[in-house]
Design a protein around this ligand. Structure first.
Ligand SMILES: [Zn+2]
Length: 128
């Protein structure tokens, strides 16, 4: 982590640190206040560590312990996209539902779209 994985230059680390400080220092953690005897580090959230290449032409970021905040954000976006796709497919199914006969065969549905919609839903649901 002390060397860039891409170019081998030195890295700088950015990591969330939990400090304990008097309440009246809220929004006032100046460098001077951080040196106060009343202020101390309780722990480091290593899961938030990023290692950033110091080479201006590279700036590669290595995510040290897996940045759970950005990972959750990406996961959320992925799930929303999946939900959006499923909603579109379900709307298609509902639209064509009235074309189905009593034995679930379908009539008059254009270009096999219903079959494709059901196939897409099966595929997405079994992916997770
Ligand atoms: Zn680099």
């Amino acid at each position: 982590m002390n060397e860039c994985q891409k170019c081998g230059s030195d890295t700088r680390m950015q990591v969330n640190v939990v400090i304990s400080a008097p309440g009246d220092l809220a929004h006032n953690l100046s460098k001077r206040n951080l040196r106060s005897k009343d202020v101390f580090i309780m722990g480091v959230k290593w899961e938030t560590a990023d290692f950033i290449c110091t080479n201006a032409k590279c700036r590669h970021v290595t995510i040290g312990y897996g940045n759970y905040v950005s990972n959750l954000e990406k996961e959320k976006d992925k799930l929303f996209q999946q939900l959006k796709n499923l909603t579109i497919q379900c709307e298609k199914v509902v639209k064509w539902k009235h074309l189905m006969s009593y034995n679930d065969s379908y009539l008059g549905e254009p270009n096999g779209d219903l079959k494709r919609a059901i196939y897409d839903i099966d595929r997405v649901m079994s992916a997770k």
